[in-house]
Structures are given as C-alpha cells and as structure tokens.
Write a protein of this length. Sequence first.
Length: 476
Amino acid sequence: MPTFFGQPQVLANLFGVELWERFSFYGMQGILLIYLYYEGSRGGLGIDEATATSIVGAYGGFVYLSTIGGAWLADRVAGAERVLFGSAVLVMAGHVFLAAVPGLPGVGLGLVCVALGSGGVKANATSLVGSLYAAGDPRRDAGFSLFYLGVNVGALAGPLLTGLAQTGLGFHYGFGLAAAGMAIGLTQYTLGRKRLPDSANDVPHPLPPARIPLVAGLVAAAVALVAVLAATGVLAARRLATIVVVLSAVAAVTYFVVILAGRSLERTERDRVLAFIPLFIASAGFWSLYQQQFTVLTVYADQRLDRDLFGWTMPVSWVQSINPVFIIVLSGVFAALWTRLGERQPSTPVKFAAGTVIMGVAFLLFLPMAGTGPGGAPLLGLIGVIFVLSVAELLLSPVGLSLSTKLAPAAFHTQMVALFFLSVALGTAAAGALATNYSPAREVPYFAVLGGAAIVLGAVIAALTPWIRARMHGVR
C-alpha cells in the first residue's frame, strides 16, 4: 500500500492544507505588529507600541481559544472534516479583509475571521491526524512530527514572501499574498477530501436536536455582549491580552470540570485527564515565552537587532523564518530518534519538563546581548537563541499534540485536542500581556525573571513525573 514517508497516505492531504494555512497565518502575523505601530508615513496605523503588542497577543490567544468552538462543532454537530473545510474558507475570507479593507475596520474584520477559522483548522486537522493511527501504533509520534514539518514549511515561506511584499510594495500586498496562499491550500484540500476515511465525518457526541435553540441563543447572547462591551470601551485594546488570559483560564478550568464530570468516563480515562493537568500548566508556561516571537521578538528585531546584510536591510518579518528553518532541519532528526528509540524514548512528562527548562535557557541567552544599543544586537546571537528555542519546541509542541489524542476520553476526542490548544491560548495571550512590560531599558530583568521562572516550572514537572506517569496508565 502506498505511504507518505512511511505514514498513512492520507496524511499528505492534511500536511498540505496545514502547510498553506500556516503560510498565510505566519506570513500575515510576521508583518501584523509593525503594521499596527508603524506611523502612517511608513504605511502603518500609528498605534502605540504597548497597545499593539496587546492586540497581537489577544489575537494569538483568541486563535487558540477558538479551537474550543471548532472542536465542539466537530464533536457535537458536524464532524471534524466538515468543520475543517468551513474553517479554512473563513481563514481565507479574513486574509482578504486585511488585504482589501484599509485601516482598523480591515484589521478588526480580518483578525476575527482568521482567528475563528484558524481555531477550527487547528483542532480538527490535529484530530484527523490522530484518527489515522490505531491505539499503540508506534508511528504516531513520528507522524505528528512529519505533520509539524508541514506547519513549519509554511511558517518559513510565509514571513519571507510577505516581508518582501511589505517592504517592496506595502502592507496590503503582504496581506494579499497571505490570502493567495490560503486559496492554494483550500484548493489542494478540496481536491483530496474524498481520500479521508469515512470516520472523518463522525459526530462522536451528537447534540440533541431539542438543545439546538438553546445553544443558538447562547451564541447570539455572547455576540451581543461582546458588541456592547466593545461599544462602551470595556474591551479597550490595551487590555485585550489580559482579557483573553482571564477568558482562557476560566475556559480551561471549566473544560477540565466538564470532562472529569462526564458520566461516560471510565476510571482510567479520568486518571489520564488528571495526569494532563500539570502538563497543561507546563504547556501554558512554555507558550507564554515561546509566543513572544510575535511580540517582544518582533520589537527586538525592529529596534535592537543589526539587520544589515552586506548593505541591504533585512525585513523585520524575516526573523520569524529562522525558527522554522531549525524545525524543518531538526523535526526529521527528532522523528527518527523517537522511532529508533521506540519504547526506550523518554516519557512525555520528561519531554515536557526538558522543553520547559530549555525554553527558560533560551530567554537567559538574551542577557549577554543586553546593553548593545539600538541596532547593536548581533544577528548570529539571535540565531543562537532561536536554535535553543527550537529544540525546546520540538520536545513539547508535537509531543503535546500527540499526547492530547492519546489521553483523550472516547466521548471528548476532539475536545481534548482543543484543551491542549487552550493551554496555547493562555500562553499566547500571556505573551502579549507580558510584552507590554518589555523595553530595551528593562530587558535584563525582563529576560532574567521569565527565563528563571520557566526553569523552575520545568523542574517542578520533572519532580511530578512519577505521579503523572502512574495516572497515564501505560501511555508514554
């Protein structure tokens, strides 16, 4: 039977749609922050820097927060594949709004559509990848690493091309290129939809028809409440990241309570959900540092980094493509390593602990470059930091995606994937909130405190590993 690098052949279709969705997502995000805070003479909107980082953090958090809605629709209403397709269409519409509608209206419409659509794509694409493997299939982690390679091919190409379009033609051309990339991905996925297994459209926990009016009413009420809060100024842009942090934390607690209270859960399933709680906390802490690539690191690249390459100034967004280069190179190495080690590889809690500690080390590596003045930080130094950050990512992110499918109770399969993404939502929004405290004058305490906190958190997870493994009941 034909395979895709030793994996199920249908993985190629999911690999492709995720690649192009990430091309558009990271391509747009690579230029979003500077579009918000650059003055009008440089094509930007002239928003103050702290407010701009809060918006970007809130948007990033909302992307992952919306995985809850995408997962719920898949598990209760339409099935993972149908929700994935509709979400991809919504992502493309959002990029079109950013490209075609000028000013804040375009930003508002575009970011809401991209965030809602990306949430649906992420949760359901990951769930569909997990459905390709039987329980205990040793190819699962390697398959997720290969899927993660597609994510990073898109993440590499997106900022490079949108950055060139932005510097050469303007921001809206960069956003337009992101829209074109998403259109390619949607076309590719449409042509291969029929190859997915029939189970891709299963609805594991259907919503009773009698409850549909109640759910529709709650959604309408939530939309109306958001509109009122926005109109009255409660949802001020500078506070958006903090608001999303609170929402993500409340949603996480609620989600754990709902899943653990499920009557259909067996004891083993309940124990596995309990084991996921400390790993959820480690994941949120990890992402609160990692996602500062799109807040602090963008400001750092714009104001602190020496971007001169033989007389040519490298676009700010190109810094976002350094991490994907390392992921593309190293993901195959990690996939081969886990496959070769098999049952001898480190357990997931150990990988989580190591990834969190190494993420903290990456932040501490900013310290030797402190005090070099505007445009004085060496590019090679930043590349070294991002290399360490990339190693940390490969220890936690693809493994976390795989773990969420392995620990998921039968009745909450896609929603357990959404719970992992909820940890990313919490961390991403926190990255935006934390970034409001960053400035070149305060970078030593900023990087030192956050780096040290991540190392402590990783050490705590390492100490809890025996407790966690006992409740995973054989899942590694």
